[in-house]
Design a protein around this ligand. Structure first.
Ligand SMILES: [Zn+2]
Ligand SMILES: [Zn+2]
Length: 440
């Protein structure tokens, strides 16, 4: 009896499921796979090649879609916090334009790996705009500087960032000191590799500029306006191209400049901090600290909503909170008390395709085990005079840029034979004569 009941239930279930699937396929017009059961019903006009185009997929596969001439693509390469976590890198947004230009806005801790996952030739990842000098907004600069050059950037990295109230609080100072920090790293590479990518061009601009142009080339105009966050210095950016406007707020308490200059944005990205109760519960802040940091230094979700209600972008993007199953609803609900327009709660690898007619939001599907992407320009062997140039720039003597006799004499000669074999193998495989280095 029990079995009979069960099979009756199973029969009814299959009828219901069958009906539902039938309706589903009728609506979706999905082709069924050809099986012996339906082979006879398949018409001769069925395509023999799968009609799927990458753009029809509901995810974005990097490098599978060319941008249209009037299209902008924005990819979140970091949406998190200074307290690092594997699931979210800190602030970083990549903007790609239909004219081929690419720009990076902020390069927070952990974002270099995200950029690497997109497999874009590094010659195209050479323009970085930093909104302020907190580590969660520029902590991966060193990694894209060194690692990017190793992975194929054959030209200097170009960085734009604000001045500060004193020279020591400006972008130029931070980058000069970062390069100094990497003195040993750079000294150990010069003369051994193509060194053209191992320098930084710094463009420091006045943090008090109000909608001031900081970049203009190839039909792209980037402007800066002040932000209010921790100290004097932080800024927000707008990028305008081909009738489209992208706006990026690094960190800020809601400010009048953003309200004014983000207006008419097609996409407006602004920080939206962790809700105050979660700062206490999850970040272990004291209530006093949570209220101060969560509402006065940063933009609370309610304030984010109020700001976007005034700006009225075609798409508002909230980032800078840990987006978990138990925090997202709270952030969303609080934003919705003050804003009812289009909204993306950003997470890493969210992608926006923007044209005048449409904004499409998807997630990118990426490979984590990436190597260097294809080169955009050919690598060169180290150039004569690289070491001398580095020496006069860094103050390190040319003699110190190679091993001392003391260290050199510590090489273990027993590996010469197998290593000579590697040289012979390469010579044979490539039809060239690679000469095994003689020990000094
Ligand atoms: Zn900050
Ligand atoms: Zn931040």
């Amino acid at each position: 009896m029990k079995n009979y009941k069960n099979s009756g239930y199973a029969f009814m279930t299959s009828v219901v499921v069958g009906l539902c699937l039938g309706l589903y396929f009728a609506n979706q017009q999905v082709s069924l796979p050809i099986t012996s059961a339906n082979a006879e019903t398949v018409g001769k006009d069925q395509p023999t090649v799968s009609p799927i185009e990458p753009r029809e997929l509901d995810y974005y596969a990097p490098n599978s879609e060319r941008l249209a001439a009037d299209e902008m693509r924005v990819i979140a390469c970091g949406t998190g916090m200074p307290t690092t976590r594997a699931a979210q890198a800190a602030a970083c947004f990549l903007v790609e334009l239909g004219n081929g230009d690419k720009f990076i806005f902020d390069i927070g801790s952990g974002s270099a790996e995200r950029l690497s996952s997109l497999q874009i030739p590094y010659d195209f990842l050479d323009k970085i705009f930093i909104g302020h000098l907190h580590s969660d907004h520029f902590g991966a600069l060193g990694e894209i500087f060194i690692g990017g050059a190793l992975m194929g950037r054959q030209k200097p990295l170009r960085v734009w960032g604000p001045s500060g109230p004193e020279p020591e609080l400006g972008t130029a100072y931070a980058i000069e000191k970062m390069e100094e920090m990497y003195t040993w790293d750079l000294a150990g590479r010069v003369g051994l590799v193509d060194f053209r990518g191992y320098s930084i061009e710094v463009n420091e601009f006045d943090y008090k500029g109000e909608n001031a142009v900081v970049y203009e080339d190839n039909g792209v105009t980037i402007r800066s306006f002040p932000a209010i966050h921790s100290l004097d210095g932080p800024v927000s950016f707008s990028l305008e191209w081909n009738g489209l406007k992208f706006v990026f707020g690094s960190d800020s308490y809601p400010n009048r400049w953003f309200v004014e200059h983000a207006r008419d944005a097609d996409i407006a990205i602004h920080e939206c901090f962790v809700a105050v109760p979660d700062l206490v519960r999850k970040m272990r802040f004291t209530p006093e600290q949570a209220l101060l940091v969560g509402t006065q230094i940063h933009t609370a979700p309610e304030a984010f909503g109020k700001l976007m209600q005034s700006v009225q972008p075609r798409m508002a993007v909230a980032y800078h909170f840990f987006k978990d199953f138990d925090t997202t609803a709270e952030v969303n609900d609080r934003i919705r008390t003050t804003y009812d327009g289009p909204l993306s709660l950003a997470e890493d690898f969210m992608v926006w395709n923007i044209t005048k007619d449409d904004i499409r939001v998807r997630m990118a599907v990426v490979e984590e085990h990436t190597w260097a992407p294809p080169l955009a320009s050919e690598a060169k062997v180290p150039q004569e005079g690289d070491r001398e140039k580095f020496s006069s720039h860094s103050g390190v003597s040319v003699e110190a840029l190679t091993y001392s006799d003391f260290i050199s004499e510590g090489r273990w000669p027993d590996v010469d034979e197998p290593l000579r074999g590697v040289y012979n193998e390469a010579s044979e495989a490539l039809g060239r004569d690679f000469e095994y280095p003689t020990r000094q």
